[in-house]
Write a new protein. Sequence first.
Length: 90
Amino acid sequence: MTAAQIGWITVGCGAAAVAALGYALISRRRIARAPIDRAGPANWRMPPLAELGRSRISLGRRIGPGALRLYLAAAMILVILKIVQVALGH
C-alpha cells in the first residue's frame, strides 16, 4: 500500500467520523424532551410484561452494530490475505 492510498483511507475514515458526529448532534436536537414526572416514585410498579409494547430501536442504534460488523469482516479478510501472502512467501 502506498502512502497516497493510506492518506485517502485516512481522509475517508475521518469524513465518515465527522458525518457520524454530525448525525448524532442533529438527531439529539430533534428529540423533544418530555418533563420527568417525579410524583410517587416510591409507589411505582412496573407494568406486567404482557402489557409492554415492543421497544423502538433508532436508526443510529442499528447503524452502530452494522458498522462494527463491517469493520470486523474487513479486518478478518485482511488478516486472511496476509496469512496467505506469508504462506506463499510474497
